[in-house]
Design a protein around this ligand. Structure first.
Ligand code: ADP
Length: 270
């Protein structure tokens, strides 16, 4: 086989892959406070992106907008080739397409710092709820998938327990199983270990590592776990003062950047 042709074909194939998420000049204000001042960010279908930056720099806001929990003030967020939000002529943001928003919500899983489990449901019921009500999957299939997922995160023996009966690390693993059972294309993790006692952090990172190693899902992690970000991220994005101040491979960002703000931020973790 002529290897030059196959290299060319491969590069054409690579070029044909579109980002699953595009932020285009996204601004976000809360009242007078402009938190995001023009974010441009592409996320590829199986890319693992770690968002780092000082507290209050807008990391959570970036992923909450993707989860459609916040609207941008200006700019476009495009998921799977379609705009989530569109500007009207008078600059009022409106929901571009309710149907697309619903399908996007089904394609994106989010895990929060404070778990957000339903306290009155068992952990099995917590996992079954969205597949049944959002994806309209039949109850038996939802149950089977939920049990499999809870077994994968090491909680197969806790199906009938309530969240209050679990440790923080176990609750966070339930939250991950609950998101994964929807088979999302994108997983968002918002400082998922920061509310945990230090000895429980490892078990949660282990589950994320597992998901990352499977490779097929895009992941965006807001994290202060620099070593972990370095280990699993394809790209690290440093947010500062409402803009992306630096981005690149973990080595580029964590070891060889000259950005002073980034250096002083990283200094706190050393
Ligand atoms: P980070 O995740 O980097 O810590 P956030 O995205 O949570 O930052 O918040 C960025 C800024 O926006 C903070 O100053 C925060 O207080 C403010 N903020 C976030 N959400 C709201 C809201 N719903 N109403 C008002 N201010 C908010």
């Amino acid at each position: 086989m002529d290897s030059s042709i196959s290299v060319k074909e491969n590069s054409q194939k690579r070029n044909a892959i579109e980002p699953i998420v595009k932020y285009r000049d996204v601004h976000k204000s809360f009242g007078e406070l402009e938190v995001l001042k023009g974010i441009n960010l592409d996320i590829m279908p199986s890319e693992k992106v770690a968002l780092i930056g000082p507290s209050g720099s807008g990391k959570t806001t970036i992923i909450r907008m993707l989860m459609t929990l916040e609207e941008p003030t200006l700019g476009d967020i495009i998921v799977d080739g379609r705009n989530l939000w569109k500007m009207e002529k008078d600059s009022k943001v409106f929901r571009a397409n309710e149907k697309h928003l619903r399908s996007v919500r089904g394609d994106i899983g989010m895990v929060f710092q404070h778990f957000n489990l339903f306290p009155h449901m068992t952990i099995l019921e917590n996992c079954m709820s969205a597949p049944i009500h959002v994806k309209k999957i039949d109850k038996q299939t939802a149950k089977k998938r939920s049990i499999e997922m809870l077994e994968k995160v090491g909680l197969g023996d806790k199906l009938d327990n309530y969240p209050s009966q679990l440790s923080g690390g176990q609750k966070q693993r339930v939250a991950m199983a609950r998101a994964l059972v929807m088979r999302p294309k994108i997983m968002l993790f918002d400082e998922v270990t920061s509310a945990l006692d230090p000895e429980l952090v490892g078990e949660v990172l282990e589950v994320i590592r597992d998901i990352a190693n499977k490779g097929d899902m895009a992941m965006v992690l807001v994290t202060h776990e620099m070593d972990f970000a370095q280990e699993i991220a394809d790209r690290i994005v440093f947010l500062d003062n409402g803009i992306i101040a630096e981005q690149g491979t973990p080595t580029e960002v964590l070891e060889s950047s000259n950005n002073e703000r980034l250096q002083s931020f990283l200094h706190r973790f050393r």
